[in-house]
Write a protein that binds this ligand. Structure first.
Ligand SMILES: [Zn+2]
Length: 291
């Protein structure tokens, strides 16, 4: 039996937009690391009939408007990852409002599509951002990851299924929805991003199967710069650069080869059920046993 649906989301930002990179000395020698990986990524998604959501930093629209339009034209969802990838808690309320409002209108102008979703950079949330999202016309958020607190994120609401945003914050606008990012049961770390590259592909595939067994659609994320051969950057943590490039390409292909139907975040958020509930199989037991 097919395990059901999954969402492979793309946080479309360049390596230079990472705070760790911005702080590194003397490294801004290559432009927009990650952008060159988008076209081959779209080809890979096509070859697996995968439809994705690109949570996009809207400042990229100025230099790459055709690229964003291409992503939308090829059937993928464009959502917002703010205007400049600033961490929401480090901004003033007015700056947060601008990041949220301007990114939505910029991305809509660049693609001709309606922008319904939002993801906060580094999953860093504030008390006011859900209200700001609703005021700006968004319909869902995907900034909650039920990870253990690990310094730069985590420790937030223990949510694992699409839900009303009021489950995140009882004072949130009633018609706003939330799509939490998946974590490994028990370990409570995300299934992808740095954790894919640190723990290996079998970690991610086992996590996807465990989520499917619970009747949940796994929600994964990847960054285009993880698919690039990154330069050696002084002061950037190894978890940021380890196994980027060819290794991550192969891992992504393995993920897409799994028997999931890869759909957009919007589809999962608005769907009335997450996934088919497959019967446990011996391979699931093996995977759980190894963990
Ligand atoms: Zn990001």
């Amino acid at each position: 039996m097919a395990p059901g649906r999954a969402a492979l989301t793309v946080d479309l930002e360049t390596f230079q937009q990472l705070p760790a990179y911005r702080q590194a000395p003397g490294t801004a020698d290559r432009d927009d690391l990650g952008i060159e990986q988008i076209e081959p990524l779209l080809d890979l998604l096509d070859s697996h009939d995968a439809t994705c959501t690109f949570f996009t930093v809207s400042s990229l629209a100025a230099d790459h408007p055709d690229l964003l339009a291409t992503i939308a034209d090829r059937g993928h969802e464009i959502a917002s990852h703010t205007k400049s990838h600033g961490h929401l808690p480090e901004l003033t309320a007015a700056e947060r409002q601008e990041e949220i409002e301007v990114s939505r209108s910029t991305l809509a102008d660049a693609t001709g599509a309606t922008v319904e979703g939002f993801r906060a950079p580094s999953f860093q949330r504030t008390d006011d951002y859900l209200d700001l999202l609703a005021d700006a016309g968004y319909e869902y958020d995907s900034s909650v990851v039920a990870a253990r607190s690990i310094g730069w994120y985590g420790g937030g609401p223990q949510l694992h299924d699409p839900c009303d945003a009021t489950a995140v914050d009882p004072g949130a606008p009633a018609d706003l929805r939330e799509l939490p990012v998946s974590v490994m049961p028990g370990l409570r770390l995300p299934l992808t991003g740095a954790w894919l590259r640190l723990f290996g592909i079998h970690y991610t595939l086992a996590g996807m199967r465990l989520q499917a067994r619970k009747g949940r659609a796994p929600v994964l994320y990847v960054h285009p710069w993880e698919l690039a051969d990154l330069p050696d950057v002084e002061a950037v943590p190894r978890r940021v650069t380890v196994r980027t490039g060819e290794w991550t390409w192969r891992a992504l292909e393995r993920i897409l080869q799994q028997e999931f139907e890869f759909v957009t975040a919007r589809t999962l958020t608005k769907g009335d059920s997450n996934a088919a509930k497959p019967a446990p199989s011996p391979s699931d037991t093996d995977a759980e046993g190894r963990l």
